[in-house]
Design a protein around this ligand. Structure first.
Ligand code: ZN
Length: 330
């Protein structure tokens, strides 16, 4: 499986349009030791012909242009992007779907709740349903594996499974609407597995069979409200873990913007912070198998500063901090 990180920042990107925190200010001034980042976006493929997006970032147009593998290949209208898998309905995770509205056939995999929030509560997304066969919404159920289909509708060799990570909803979903939806369907992590397919020749025909042996496994967890033992077990079975690096501390935004303005904590926004005793750095310290990479990093997070102690601490603990344009094979 080839994994491309097209964007690595949380919502707003880095720098963020209205932010003058020390990170954003220094980056604009050209004095920051660290990189600018677009809003989180991952693309995966097994054959480098059909690609799948994990989420759909508001920066998707520029991210596609910066990635030759995702450019059209033949004819006047074509795209190697076969589909998108949605882990939540956050604006910075679904807005990019509207950029894919040019009557290009596309499959979007989502739970019933995420599909309803996006398509029934936001009429602009009807742009994806103007003609039959434009966007095919494909429902999945948390915990039940589903296959990703390539651009010709065949099994791509990628198997996906969503883990429910709590009951967090985007701020635009009203409490009443939340009450109408099935619980545990709107805040998910994604496990993507490449299957090992064996080809053998039987009576001069090529027969492909899945060996049953599991292939390589990617865990994509851009928004994790808390870490329990079952989740730790899932992570230990992954080869690469892309984990929520949104905030360094729970009160990060309050510290920067001042208290008394109803600024939420990291946990209230559905993100376990990196630091502190119950933070991800400490809770995931025992993981042995996966390569550990922080992604979805907010512009205020001090670990973006490669000259700072937080960056050094994270790197020393064996973590990497994702940058736009990274690619790896697993
Ligand atoms: Zn900032």
């Amino acid at each position: 499986m080839r994994v491309k990180i097209l964007g690595s920042a949380a919502g707003g990107g880095f720098p963020q349009w209205n932010c003058a925190c020390s990170n954003c200010r220094a980056l604009r001034a050209g004095t920051f030791r660290g990189k600018a980042r677009t809003q989180a976006q991952v693309a995966i493929s097994v054959d480098s012909k059909s690609w799948f997006l994990l989420g759909a970032s508001p920066d998707l147009r520029a991210q596609i242009e910066a990635t030759p593998e995702l450019h059209p290949r033949e004819g006047i209208r074509q795209s190697p992007i076969a589909g998108a898998v949605l882990a939540n309905a956050d604006v910075d995770h679904v807005l990019g779907l509207l950029l894919l509205r040019e009557l290009q056939p596309l499959r979007v995999y989502a739970t019933d709740s995420i599909r309803k929030i996006v398509t029934e509560d936001n009429s602009m997304f009807a742009m994806l349903q103007r003609v039959p066969g434009q966007v095919a919404w494909t429902d999945f159920t948390p915990r039940i594996p589903f296959r990703l289909l390539d651009t010709s509708g065949e099994d791509s060799g990628l198997l996906c499974r969503a883990l429910p990570l709590g009951t967090h909803y985007p701020a635009y979903v009203s409490p009443q609407r939340q009450g109408e939806l099935k619980s545990g369907e709107a805040s998910l992590g994604l496990i993507v597995e490449s299957k090992i397919v064996e080809s053998k020749i039987v009576e001069s025909k090529i027969v492909q069979s899945e060996t049953g042996e599991s292939g390589k496994r990617l865990a994509y967890m851009p928004a994790v409200p808390q870490i329990d033992d079952a989740l730790l077990q899932e992570f230990e079975s992954a080869d690469v873990l892309l984990f929520d690096g949104t905030f360094w501390s729970d009160d990060e935004l309050i510290r920067i913007q001042g208290s008394g303005r109803n600024i939420p904590t990291a946990r209230q926004m559905g993100h376990v912070p990196v630091s502190s005793a119950e933070g991800s750095l400490s809770r995931l310290a025992g993981l042995r198998r996966p390569r550990k990479i922080y992604i979805h990093i907010n512009n205020t997070n001090p670990m973006l500063n490669e000259a700072g102690p937080e960056y050094a601490q994270v790197r020393k603990a064996g973590w990497e901090i994702a940058e736009d344009g990274w690619q790896f094979d697993l």
